[in-house]
Ligand binder design. Sequence first.
Ligand SMILES: [Mg+2]
Length: 372
Amino acid sequence: MKITDVEAIPLRLPVVTDAADSTQDALVVRVRTDEGLAGIGEVDASPLVIKAIIDAPKSHLISNGLRALLVGQNPLEPARLWDRMYEGAMFFGRRGAVIMAMSGVDIALWDIAGKATGQPVYRLLGGGYRERVPAYASTLMPATPDEAGREAGRWASQGFRAVKLGWGGFGGDFEHDAALVAAARRAVGPHVDLLLDLGFRWEGRHAVEGVRRLEESRPFWIEEPFLPDSLEQYARLADATDVRVAAGEENTTRWEFQELIDRGHVDVIQPDVTRAGGLTECLRIARMAADRGRPCVPHAWSTGIVKAASLHLLAAIPNALFLEFCVWDSPLNLHLVRPPFAIDGDGTVAVPQAPGLGVELDEEVISRYRMR
Ligand SMILES: [Mg+2]
């Protein structure tokens, strides 16, 4: 089998705001083959930047767009093609956007491999450790305690056993942050886990005090209190508190995650399969975390493609905790793929069992939101 095309499909809602909401646009990758099989992937990053990385023509030996490196190659060799892309785009890549673009391609290759063999992807990744994954409802923190209580209570009452509130209303001052979280805790009761995403809003030297103020609301973790490169601040906080510190959605490659754990002392790592290097690299990252006694909870805030790919990763690793289940009311989150994802009464989501990723694009949604 040979790859015949790598298509980058940018999608965008008619109105895009400043909210910390990456369901407002998306970049879908479709890899086609000479045997008629096609695989899909996604990149949760600026769509036209990623499209340029895929479409760029060859500049020289180690400066190639991804399509130029892939056409004519066997799609059933994702690990070798990962190295081919990494080395072939070395001159402008190695980290960041190029690894994100590679992630979308890599997910599509695994989708093809699953369809070619009639197997769900997690089984090809070495799974399955589980057939269902507990989900946390992931949403933005409202501005006031009343609204925070309503928002957290809404998702707990729909069956989620864990709720994450992030960005948005966080970061005014510790008093306000603590009031928001206390209201959320009152609304969900004692048995639902509360996850808090600070969205870089805290200053390093004061953060220990910030966590202390939140402790009575029993947060399950504190996510991204600092900028991703502030590894010394992460280490200081993680060493000073018993509350788990989570991070990693901005990081790419196993080398950055090794730093995050070994220098940043981060407790819970959150590689995004559509950003950190795809399923091939996230499997390595999750295994490295397992070796260091850390759980892996992939970041996932985009479409049903990232939900599907994350579920296959979570089924294939020993150190899974939760699926991040974006509940944001956006057509790209809710309607891009079929079948749609839903939680069951026990707060878990089923790992897809159909061949490949187990989801198909809704072409009507693609044509409605495709950037032209
Ligand atoms: Mg986050």
